[in-house]
Write a protein that binds this ligand. Structure first.
Ligand SMILES: Nc1ncnc2c1ncn2[C@@H]1O[C@H](COP(=O)(O)OP(=O)(O)OP(=O)(O)O)[C@@H](O)[C@H]1O
Ligand SMILES: [Mg+2]
Length: 341
């Protein structure tokens, strides 16, 4: 079986398509809608779906052109089937079904979170199991034991907000426009991460705990900004950003390293949009080094939403033969266990 996959991802506010040959990325095109949503302070589902519709064909054409392949050459078409904004997902799924039907190809309905985990299967990182994967994104924060890419097993997850959600809401409190992650990181570079002692969720659960909680730190930042007042905040914005970022990313790194020790595996990986954060990347590298673990840190472009990671997940998901996929549907929610691999 050939292994050339055309993948499409439209689960949120990035319209993305990629062509991947085995572990090799031939093209990875992302058209971000972030500017369109910035005026609203977050993603507006209806706006996202409509914009995917106007953009998706051009993004697919570009992915094929850059890869030097044609629809006829690809072995399978993959698309994010869940979880995500339902209107946004439907545009990608309808597009992929139409292309697969017209070209007589099998279709793979891939899981977006499976994609974030499988990103480190791709070259040049190309990590092989067993390892523990951290996925920290806009909607999810979880640790999985990966003994087989086809079946990540949940070890721990957030009990309330996702790390990315906390980052975006905190950034907003500090006057950083949507999407807040890169802006918060830039501001934090000039600040002192020990200036404010923000609470770390679930620290009291002791050394074995692998779950996360980010509702408290968000509230703590809200109260700190209220107490400081506008002038006080303006005087120490960078310290607030650095301390807040530290309270979010340090537990991610610490619990990832601890999970690997508990599971007895020799490697760790990170994925999801928050894994683009330089402080998190440095802490994970440092922790892995101290504990003699191998570490897979994908390029930032493979951490934030993209379609190459969907091609990677598709490699470990059963294809639906032509033309049986016509009835396949998008699903907004994650399945029990969180990943539909
Ligand atoms: N440099 C950065 N530092 C910190 N956070 C970042 C950085 N870059 C992006 N993020 C955060 O990553 C999140 C987006 O990640 P991603 O695109 O994977 O989320 P999503 O696809 O919307 O959610 P999910 O993957 O859970 O469905 C946002 O919360 C964003 O602020
Ligand atoms: Mg994502």
């Amino acid at each position: 079986m050939g292994d050339l996959v055309l993948a499409i991802e439209t689960s949120c506010d990035e319209t993305a398509a990629a062509v991947v040959d085995g572990r090799r990325i031939l093209s990875n095109i992302v058209s971000s809608q972030a500017d369109l949503h910035a005026v609203y302070g977050g993603v507006v589902p209806e706006v996202a779906a409509r914009h995917h519709l106007t953009t998706v064909n051009a993004v697919v054409d570009r992915a094929l052109a850059v890869s030097g392949t044609s629809l006829r050459d690809v072995d399978r078409i993959a698309v994010t089937g869940r979880p995500g904004l339902i209107g946004a997902l439907l545009v990608g799924v309808a597009t992929a079904k139409a292309l697969a039907y017209a070209a007589g190809k099998d279709l793979v309905m891939a899981d977006h979170l499976h994609g974030h985990v499988a990103a480190c299967w791709l070259a040049p990182v190309a990590l092989d199991p067993p390892f523990v994967a951290l996925t920290a994104s806009g909607g999810h924060t979880r640790l999985d034991l990966v003994e087989d890419y086809a079946r990540p097993v949940l070890l721990g997850q957030t009990l309330d907000d996702a790390a990315g959600e906390a980052i975006d809401k905190g950034a907003r409190l500090l006057g950083i426009p949507y999407p807040g992650g890169p802006g918060l990181e830039a501001l934090a570079r000039d600040g002192d991460p020990t200036a404010f002692d923000f609470p770390v969720g679930l620290r009291s659960r002791g050394p074995g705990g692998l779950d996360f909680s980010y509702a408290g730190v968000k509230t703590a930042l809200l109260y700190a900004t209220r107490d400081l007042g506008a002038d006080g905040v303006a005087a120490c914005r960078a310290d607030l950003a650095a301390s807040y970022q530290e309270a979010i990313v340090r537990p991610l790194a610490d619990r990832l390293i601890r999970a690997a020790a508990q599971a007895g595996v020799p490697a760790v990986s990170i994925g999801g949009g928050v894994a683009a954060n330089g402080r998190l990347r440095a802490l994970v590298e440092e922790g892995a080094g101290k504990h003699g673990l191998s570490v897979a840190i994908p390029d930032r472009a493979l951490c934030t939403d993209n379609a190459a990671m969907i091609a990677a997940a598709a490699r470990f998901t059963e294809p639906i033969p032509w033309p049986d996929f016509v009835g396949a549907d998008a699903v907004a929610t994650a399945p029990p266990g969180g990943i539909a691999a």
